[in-house]
Write a protein that binds this ligand. Structure first.
Ligand SMILES: [Zn+2]
Ligand SMILES: [Zn+2]
Length: 109
């Protein structure tokens, strides 16, 4: 059993299904600082389908681009997409979602 937020979400029945953005092959070929790309090194997450981004990412991918309003509400912890539908809940990936994560870990240990 893992201990990342993604693992906690998966264990709750909501496996990560966003399509992570990665730079195209050769994208950094001429860049001296290519190794510091936040997307390529896994430090930053963005979904190419819903445009979810870090704290404004739903627990599961809605399958379409989120509106600006939806994005704001997800970040605020008021809206989430999980189990195939939108819900007035806090995404595991929202800033306030860390509470879910901590509770999940408590349950595991
Ligand atoms: Zn990159
Ligand atoms: Zn997505």
């Amino acid at each position: 059993m893992g201990n990342t937020i993604g693992d906690a979400a998966a264990d709750a029945g909501f496996p990560y299904d966003h399509v992570d953005y990665v730079c195209p092959p050769g994208y950094h070929d001429n860049e001296y600082y290519a190794h510091q790309c936040m997307f390529c090194d896994g430090g930053l997450t963005a979904c190419t389908v819903c445009n979810g981004f870090e704290g404004a990412m739903t627990t599961q991918c809605p399958g379409r681009r989120m509106t600006t309003t939806e994005n704001d509400e997800v970040y605020a912890g008021k809206l989430d997409f999980r189990g195939g539908r939108w819900a007035a809940a806090t995404s595991f990936y929202a800033p306030k979602g860390y509470v879910n994560y901590a509770h999940a870990l408590e349950g595991f240990n």
